[in-house]
Design a protein around this ligand. Structure first.
Ligand code: SF4
Length: 354
């Protein structure tokens, strides 16, 4: 590990408070108000797979989309609406702004962040990269616009293997950031020379292999679906390792009637739609060594409540709007476009950050 890499165990995450619960009547009133404001403001709601089911349902009901961050950004770019309401975390709003600079990008709360983003501050990451100038810098989509701008490539989990393989075939040495588990998985699969930033997703890092082995014994016919941000010991137990979209597809296409799922439980909404007759079970986060900081649900994603969306649409302004400096935006767009152009050569649709 480089001297520039922070000790992730020393990071104090600013865990947010969950939105106050609403009564059924309050929820309905809020949804009606949001529907009205979306029309009035010429806005569309795009939600991430990990937001709460009622937010995903509202995005679908109002003609928005539910997807991963890159697809959310592409949907927003191609939609005629002038304003995008991004229900997700801050780097997702930034990615939307990078692809749609002419649109107003609002977030329910700008305090919704991500442990991967927090754990990879641009100053320290730049110092790390500058100390290894002979390395190609590959960063995961779950990073700030500033970190993307420092990178040669941005990747999602669905195309990371192909891009790293491509770079390895050219004998490139790679700096990978920020997710150490995803990076280790890719290094193991490709054999590439990768120098890792030591970030982690606090949700996926909580999955526990020993408890998963016990759960598998109880459900021997269940297939185990694992997102590669999970620890290697959990990935080793998987029947399918893949991005959010790849895991949803697996639940649909595999013959098993039960799945144990190691990713944020928000994904169950779309997974159950894709596989309506199948049983979905959360992979364990407790058991031996369990601290359950997240209990398989991202605390920042959970900040995207109805009232926060309403507030974004009503008041917009500095508390909700995403701004990305134009020079920075253009610098961040280059490694993003490099990935998209590479995907075209593979005839691949790129989906699949966290
Ligand atoms: S689930 Fe993990 S990777 Fe996704 S936003 Fe939350 S902390 Fe970040």
């Amino acid at each position: 590990m480089s001297a520039f890499t922070p000790s992730i165990k020393s990071i104090e995450y600013p865990f947010p408070a969950k939105p106050l619960p609403l009564s059924d009547i309050e929820k309905e009133q809020s949804k009606e108000r949001i529907k009205h404001l979306l029309k009035e403001r010429n806005a569309v709601l795009v939600a991430h797979y990990y937001t709460d089911p009622e937010i995903q349902a509202l995005a679908e009901e109002t003609g928005g989309c539910v997807s991963d961050s890159l697809e959310m950004a592409r949907f927003g770019r191609d939609h005629p609406a002038k304003t995008l309401i991004v229900a997700g975390v801050k780097f997702m709003g930034e990615t939307s702004k990078i692809l749609s600079p002419e649109k107003t990008v609002l977030m329910p709360t700008l305090d919704a962040t991500c442990s991967l983003d927090i754990g990879c501050p641009v100053e320290a990451f730049t110092e790390f990269c500058d100390a290894h100038p002979d390395h190609t810098v590959v960063v995961y989509a779950n990073t700030s616009a500033a970190v993307k701008a420092r990178a040669d490539w941005v990747v999602t989990s669905s195309i990371a293997l192909e891009i790293v393989e491509h770079l390895d075939s050219q004998d490139k040495k790679i700096i990978w950031g920020p997710d150490r588990h995803l990076g280790s998985y890719i290094a193991k699969e490709t054999g590439a020379d990768m120098l890792m930033w030591q970030g982690e997703c606090i949700v996926h890092d909580e999955f526990k292999a020993k408890a998963l082995i016990e759960l598998k014994k109880l459900h021997p016919n269940a297939a185990v679906l694992v997102h590669p941000e999970s620890p290697a010991s959990v990935v080793e137990l998987a029947d399918v390792v893949g991005s959010t979209s790849q895991l949803i597809k697996a639940a649909h296409t595999m013959d098993n009637d039960m799945f144990i799922v190691a990713t944020d439980r928000g994904i169950f909404y779309k997974m159950q739609q894709a596989a309506p007759n199948k049983i979905l079970v959360e992979a364990p986060t407790g058991g031996n060594g369990g601290t359950c900081k997240s209990c398989a649900h991202c605390p920042w994603m959970a900040m995207n409540g109805l009232k926060a969306i309403e507030s974004a649409l009503e008041s917009a302004g500095q508390q909700h709007e995403i701004f990305v400096d134009e020079t920075l935006r253009l610098d961040a767009l280059k490694p993003l476009n490099r990935m998209l152009d590479f995907a075209k050569t593979l005839n691949m649709n790129v989906k699949g950050n966290a």
